[in-house]
Design a protein around this ligand. Structure first.
Ligand SMILES: [Zn+2]
Length: 453
């Protein structure tokens, strides 16, 4: 009997044609084998700064760090290593250069932002078999074909350019391929999302619009995560290229100012941009949120903007809590499997490839095409006008308990390297000239107030 059963099974295996299997039997995560999963936002570099002060020679990124004393269970904002990224079929990652926009750091904002770019590039170079430094859309696909995780750089927050076109250009030359216009602080030329709970201050000033256009000219993607609703609208109307939201979810599913409202989702469709869904529990819902809640955000954006305009921007390592079922970078396949099994009509393999990476890849290509069209334009030499600086100084700001990237202003928070001081003392930190410089910069840039935790 056993023998008969055995041969019957062999018979079935031989003569059943797997290509005839219903499409729904194919797991959704198969999409991640076909096209690279491009995650729009991972803050590991901020952890490298806060935990290791960017000293990475003893950092074992190619080990499973889930039990590591520094990057494992003791770290509430650590979700990333290469072992789990490979399990998670991560195909490409925007590693984020971020420093807090806290005004007390203005004298070191630019230098530390450059240091974050440096540590990202050194990390990529340290793991040449796993990571490949990429600055073009096609480079993402090429790295994927070589079995490597395409590694790009995103700059989180316009405070890092100190309102200077020259610095924007230099970041591009260093390899930065998107800039989030703001973090949680209002800038002299753009409002951050917390003003949506109060009132706009400046929206996007004329100088802010020039920054957007200079990004178009350079071929740097305009990232509208973190900006206010008014800035989202004005930036989309200004930009000659599609925009991205590197890590933002849907406001109609969960009303948080960091999420994207439906009227903007409709504009993203017209703009041909992409909204990459953030996994941070505090943006996804209330209470014990799960992978199912993330699916709701993805489905909503797919409904309103269309399946051509949704992507993944996990925010791993920039947040302190993630949904059940998406505990770390190994879990992306579960999300794609769940999307397909729960809604197979919408989430075909073809559409899951769009969600995974084809949409961001299309936007990146379009941004490069606009850059090529603008080749004859000269670099913008404008400097920020005095009236913008006055606007900035009037910014009231506001505390916000539901923000990611806790930053150095939070002693006792999950980024132990930060505490109430800077692990990298500013050079000549006790000098009066530095204090005057810091004071002038503070006055000049604005009296922006700490908004994140
Ligand atoms: Zn962020």
């Amino acid at each position: 009997m056993l023998k008969q059963t055995f041969f019957f099974v062999i018979f079935l295996l031989l003569f059943s044609d797997s290509s005839q299997a219903p499409r729904d039997d194919i797991p959704g995560s198969r999409a991640l084998d076909n096209f690279p999963l491009i995650d729009g936002h991972n803050d590991l570099p901020f952890n490298l700064y806060t935990i290791l002060q960017n000293k990475i020679y003893n950092f074992s990124f190619d080990a499973d760090l889930s039990e590591d004393p520094l990057f494992g269970s003791n770290c509430s904002s650590c979700f990333t290593d290469l072992v789990r990224a490979r399990q998670g079929k991560l195909g490409a990652q925007f590693w984020v250069a971020y420093v807090s926009c806290n005004p007390v750091n203005y004298n070191t904002t630019v230098s530390r932002s450059v240091e974050q770019v440096d540590v990202i590039r050194r990390l990529i170079a340290k793991y040449p078999n796993d990571l490949e430094f990429v600055t073009t859309a096609d480079g993402i696909v090429d790295a994927f074909k070589e079995g490597k995780i395409a590694s790009m750089i995103g700059l989180e927050g316009g405070h890092s350019i100190d309102s200077k076109m020259s610095l924007l250009r230099q970041y591009y030359d260093m390899g930065v391929r998107y800039m989030t216009l703001t973090h949680s602080c209002n800038l002299p030329w753009a409002d951050a999302s917390p003003v949506d709970d109060t009132a706009p201050v400046v929206n996007l000033t004329e100088f802010g619009k020039k920054i957007v256009l200079e990004m178009n000219r350079l071929g740097m993607m305009v990232d509208l995560s973190h900006v206010s609703h008014g800035v989202m609208v004005e930036a989309i109307e200004t930009s000659k290229a599609p925009v991205i939201f590197s890590h933002s979810s849907a406001y109609s599913v969960y009303a948080h100012h960091r999420n994207v409202q439906d009227d903007v989702l409709e504009k993203v469709r017209e703009n041909d941009g992409v909204v990459m869904v953030n996994f941070y529990s505090a943006f996804i819902g209330q209470g014990n949120v799960t992978i199912d809640d993330v699916v709701k955000h993805i489905n909503h954006i797919a409904n309103v903007s269309g399946v051509n305009h949704v992507g993944i921007g996990s925010d791993y390592d920039g947040v302190s809590s993630v949904p059940k079922g998406l505990e770390d970078v190994s879990k992306y396949p579960d999300l794609f499997d769940l999307l397909k099994s729960s809604n197979p009509d919408v989430w075909t393999i073809e559409n899951l490839e769009k969600l995974a990476g084809r949409n961001l890849h299309r936007v990146f290509k379009a941004v490069e095409a606009v850059r090529d069209q603008l080749r004859a334009e000269l670099p913008d030499e404008n400097i920020i006008p005095p009236e913008d600086l006055e606007n900035g100084e009037e910014d009231p700001g506001e505390e916000d308990p539901g923000e990611e990237n806790p930053g150095e202003e939070n002693p006792g928070e999950e980024n132990p390297g930060e505490g109430d001081g800077d692990p990298q003392p500013p050079e000549g930190g006790s000098g009066g000239a530095v204090r005057v410089f810091a004071h002038v910069l503070s006055a000049v840039v604005l009296a922006a107030v700490i908004i994140s935790l």
